[in-house]
Design a protein around this ligand. Sequence first.
Ligand SMILES: Cc1cc2nc3c(=O)[nH]c(=O)nc-3n(C[C@H](O)[C@H](O)[C@H](O)COP(=O)(O)OP(=O)(O)OC[C@H]3O[C@@H](n4cnc5c(N)ncnc54)[C@H](O)[C@@H]3O)c2cc1C
Length: 443
Amino acid sequence: MSTPTIAIIGSGPSGCFMAQALRREWPDAEITLLERLPVPYGLVRYGVAPDHPGTKAVTRQFERMFEREKIRFLGNVHVGTELPLADLRAAYDIVVVATGLYGDRKLGVPGDALNHIYGAGQITRFLNDHPDEEAFLPRFGTRPIIVGNGNVAIDVLRLLVKKGEEFHGSDLSHEALTHLASSPIEHIDVVGRSPAALAKFDTVMIKELAKLANVQFEFNDELDLESIEDPLAKAKIEALLGLARAKIETLLALARSEAEPYTSKKSVTFHFGWAPVRVAGVDHVAGLVLKGTQNPEHQQSIPATSIITAIGFEERPELDLCRTDLSRPDSDLSNGFLDDGLYCTGWFRRGPTGTIPDNRADAKHVADNIVQAVKSGALGLGKPGYPAIAEAIKSTTVCYEDWKRIDTAELKNAPYGRARRKFRNKVAMLGAAQSHQAGENNK
Ligand SMILES: Cc1cc2nc3c(=O)[nH]c(=O)nc-3n(C[C@H](O)[C@H](O)[C@H](O)COP(=O)(O)OP(=O)(O)OC[C@H]3O[C@@H](n4cnc5c(N)ncnc54)[C@H](O)[C@@H]3O)c2cc1C
């Protein structure tokens, strides 16, 4: 049986895991990973918190894949604009969409279009130097509110309250750090719909907060440990109580002169069991009106200078490849099947839930279905692959070796104490990618 030609759109975790899974089945197949940016790895590079280098280390296994498994990286090709999807499908037997979900979900209440409301996706792209945010400078003011109680909300909270030296070892954007250092943030309210015991964040994320210096944590409600039986929920509440204890211990140590006096004076209040009703303000945010999710007759209003929404991600129909446009009546999303020879995986398939490892299982599941379709003869083979699109691509493409040149330059440019300094726009990335050519031309 001949081997298929395979194109995967998107080089985030799900695209990379898909390439790994299909390579295992077809050691000689042409597999090309197309990426709209000149650099690979999607949200691992541009979403995962810059102070979590251990999580970002998953890229090492993807590097090995590119280096040892003959997977072609084709960066700086936006499928849908620079290369029509129809052309890609005409060239490849199998096309897998792994483009993730980019858009920040909106609050969906009156006032949610006021100025100084930012999505957590945009904020984390800014903190990670994503080229789309090169010109973006958020204005947090003294009292931002974070809406959401998942891990992304806690990531944003931690990154906003940390001090400069606490970012040692991270690859936090140099420009973002400078911006944060001069930001006037004094107090952050974190608002979530669920009661504390059901909040979505992981306990380990709260324990990490407890280690931060100079931040005081408070809760709008009593945290009642006695009434909870579920061990996971109990652990969550204990971790939150640990935050409150950390504050008391710091105050006691301060009284005994064993601790540095507060220098940043940042404080954080968690509000569990509240949902936004309306954003107050004219032109820009002035506050957030909330109602109790357990007691809807309860209302409160919190003053705010900005709002960061961390309530999930969604398609942007006018800008991205979208499931509804690519589906037909017999599409079977549960198996990643969209159309003949067209499949999907990762956040694009499942929606914005799941961690990096979840995408490995997802890719494996969809890859199994692709293999079955090929073996059963349901999917015809014989399309030429890369040679059929090479001419059509007008942008300057970036291959894996080019990416490694970008990578090396970024590592070399790392400011003192930090792991790397990323290029902040595509022109600079492409310049680094082609730096060897400049050297050769000068010989
Ligand atoms: C802020 C944030 C923090 C997170 N932190 C963690 C964490 O600490 N640990 C953890 O396990 N998980 C974390 N996650 C979840 C994890 O990032 C996701 O599970 C994972 O990235 C989803 O992978 P994906 O490949 O489906 O999408 P993505 O990672 O978004 O990758 C999609 C890729 O497709 C590219 N692309 C998009 N459109 C096109 C196009 N038209 N043509 C070509 N390329 C295109 C994009 O540029 C991108 O590179 C976090 C998520 C977010 C948003």
